[in-house]
Design a protein around this ligand. Structure first.
Ligand SMILES: CC(C)(COP(=O)(O)OP(=O)(O)OC[C@H]1O[C@@H](n2cnc3c(N)ncnc32)[C@H](O)[C@@H]1O)[C@@H](O)C(=O)NCCC(=O)NCCS
Ligand SMILES: Nc1ncnc2c1ncn2[C@@H]1O[C@H](COP(=O)(O)OP(=O)(O)OP(=O)(O)O)[C@@H](O)[C@H]1O
Length: 199
């Protein structure tokens, strides 16, 4: 089974994805990690980013200045769409080849952790979806704290995604990660039992 794990920024996707790997040895393909790989120096996507956003978007060592690009695209939809058009096709292709490789190795269950699964209509890539939910208030608190962002910066990031309540309605299953990690772990276990992936 291919499981699509999604949610919104800082709702806890990585937290749940770690549980999949550590507790159940189910491999996870993480779109955020892949989106870093496809913009490494020498990659075509990085050249296109420089052509679009200018040389100033690079750090002195030639790598992408993520902080600067984030400050630009999270408050400008037009620029965000330009970046997405460059990065997303490369991310999708690389995720698909990673999935094929994991299937070749004999893995029967694979998780694809894709923050923008619903926004980008990618549900055709997966068989079941899990949304990791946290109320907007908790999301804001955790995001400001983890990334050391102002409220405005955090809200800009949250507003660049579909509302979490809308995603919750689209999901096959929801893990409410507003409580403790133990509570979330129990919910994950119940879902895997329901799907007959564990006993
Ligand atoms: C703008 C960039 C350089 C900022 O880097 P930074 O290290 O600060 O953030 P990071 O990549 O870890 O992303 C953190 C979270 O932001 C959210 N996010 C990232 N990009 C986007 C986007 N284009 N639209 C909406 N939300 C996004 C996701 O929830 C993600 O989990 C980077 O996010 C990026 O290259 N984004 C475009 C690729 C993308 O869409 N990635 C998300 C999944 S494929
Ligand atoms: N149940 C929880 N209780 C308290 N803190 C939590 C809980 N779950 C996650 N966190 C914290 O909230 C923050 C966001 O969690 P996490 O990084 O898993 O979110 P994410 O959805 O993967 O974020 P992103 O979209 O940026 O990749 C982290 O600092 C994490 O340690």
């Amino acid at each position: 089974m291919i499981i699509g794990l999604t949610g919104n920024i800082a709702t806890g996707k990585s937290t749940i994805s770690n549980m999949f790997q550590a507790k159940y040895q189910i491999p996870v393909i993480d779109a955020d990690i892949v989106s870093r790989e496809v913009v490494e120096p020498g990659e075509q996507a990085l050249e296109e980013i420089v052509a679009t956003f200018g040389e100033d978007i690079l750090l002195e060592n030639g790598t992408l200045n993520r902080k600067k690009l984030g400050a630009i695209i999270f408050q400008d939809q037009n620029k965000r769409e330009k970046l997405n058009a460059i990065v997303h096709p490369a991310v999708r292709n690389k995720m698909l080849s990673k999935k094929e490789e994991l299937l070749r190795q004999g893995n029967q269950t694979i998780v694809m952790d894709i923050p923008l699964l619903f926004e980008n209509n990618l549900t055709y890539l997966v068989e079941k979806t899990i949304v990791v939910y946290a109320s907007e208030h908790i999301q804001l608190q955790r995001l400001m704290e983890r990334n050391q962002l102002s409220e405005k910066e955090a809200r800009d990031r949250m507003n660049s995604q579909m509302a979490i309540d809308e995603k919750r309605d689209l999901a096959d299953e929801v893990i409410d990660n507003s409580g403790s990690m133990e509570q979330s772990e129990k919910q994950l276990k119940n879902i895997l039992i329901n799907w007959e992936l564990i006993e």
